[in-house]
Design a protein around this ligand. Structure first.
Ligand SMILES: NC(=O)c1ccc[n+]([C@@H]2O[C@H](COP(=O)([O-])OP(=O)(O)OC[C@H]3O[C@@H](n4cnc5c(N)ncnc54)[C@H](O)[C@@H]3O)[C@@H](O)[C@H]2O)c1
Length: 308
């Protein structure tokens, strides 16, 4: 199959590209390298450095004729979205629409979308949240994820392009960007390994559902199946608070940093944990990597990465 992965030089996108290539697909990447790295790119994938909001991407679609688009490229930082919702929307809404319109005009059959189980529900009513629960995002970032799902539903109903929206929990693992504000696991590990002081935003008792990258990749493989369609949570159903993550990583990195707390950040809910029952029932997907094992593998990766 000919597959476009937008954001294929980023953390999650590059792992998806590796897997799709390994499975024998013909993979093309569009990425503007704003947070992605050229080193993440699979050499067997064809690469176009371009912004997804650039009108010229239609030329790539027309030339390459994709069967499937896997849309991972996004402005991923919740705090940037709170501070500058217009900037966030330029990529996450206008850029996405540019991708979807190009897909529509060139006969793409299906779009797989990286949605967010962490941001779309807001303060949850059920723990863990299920896909039919109310969606009350607390950030512009979360709103854009919801809006994308609605647009994709429109393209399915009116233009016959199928879609799968995977609502990821907090994804962590090798290649995650540690320079931004998003991705607490990568940020803490990097700071601990370089003897810098990590800051826990707020009291640290806010919880998240942490899912290892290989489990997310598996879900993106299932999403390729013809009978896979619609919205699915991709999480573990287990929540951990940030203080726990901090202390576990301190142990794994051997850091002696102190536990320092800063101001809580706007746009983030108190508890987040999502159910994977729907995708388990439909396709047998379950998270295979438990949190402690995933953290240990991630620390090992960053030790090598930082020493390189
Ligand atoms: N990491 C998580 O915990 C998590 C959770 C839920 C959803 N997601 C979603 O998964 C997707 C991948 O996130 P990630 O964690 O790998 O982040 P990332 O920043 O590593 O990857 C995003 C990629 O998109 C590229 N990109 C950004 N804006 C672009 C633009 N305008 N044009 C072209 N390329 C652009 C970046 O250069 C980068 O390579 C995103 O859609 C994100 O919202 C991530």
């Amino acid at each position: 199959m000919k597959i476009l992965v937008t954001g294929g030089a980023g953390f999650i996108g590059s792992h998806i590209v590796d897997k799709y290539v390994e499975l024998g697909n013909d993979v093309v990447v569009i990425d503007n390298l704003s947070t992605g790295r050229i080193q993440n790119l699979n050499p067997k994938a064809k690469f176009y450095q371009m912004d997804i909001a650039d009108e010229k991407i239609i030329e790539i679609f027309a030339r390459e004729k994709f069967d499937i688009v896997n849309h991972q490229a996004a402005q991923i930082d919740v705090r940037i979205s709170v501070n500058d919702p217009t900037f966030d929307a330029k990529t996450n809404i206008i850029g996405s629409l540019n991708v979807y319109e190009s897909a529509k005009k060139t006969g793409v059959k299906k779009i797989i979308f990286a949605s967010s189980g962490g941001a779309i529900y807001g303060e949850q009513v059920n723990f863990p949240a299920i896909e039919t629960d109310p969606t009350e995002p607390l950030s512009p970032y979360g709103i854009t994820k919801l809006v994308n799902e609605k647009y994709l539903n429109y393209y399915r109903l009116v233009h016959n392009i199928d879609f799968v929206a995977l609502r990821y929990a907090n994804v962590y693992g090798p290649r995650q960007n540690f320079m931004g504000e998003a991705g607490v696991v990568a940020i803490f590990i990097y700071k601990m390994l370089t003897n810098a002081q990590p800051i826990i935003n707020g009291d640290g008792f806010n919880t998240r559902d942490y899912i290892y990258i290989s489990d997310v990749v598996e879900a993106n493989v299932i999403a390729l199946k013809e009978n896979c369609s619609g919205i699915f949570n991709i999480g573990t159903g287990i929540e951990h608070n940030v203080n726990y993550v901090f202390n576990k990583l301190k142990e794994l990195t051997g850091s002696n940093c102190s536990e320092l707390h800063g101001e809580p950040k706007a746009g983030e809910q108190r508890r987040s944990v999502i159910s994977y029952q729907k995708i388990q029932n439909a396709f047998g997907w379950i998270p295979k990597v438990d949190f402690e094992t995933g953290l240990a593998m991630t620390v090992e990766y960053f030790k090598k990465f930082i020493l390189e």
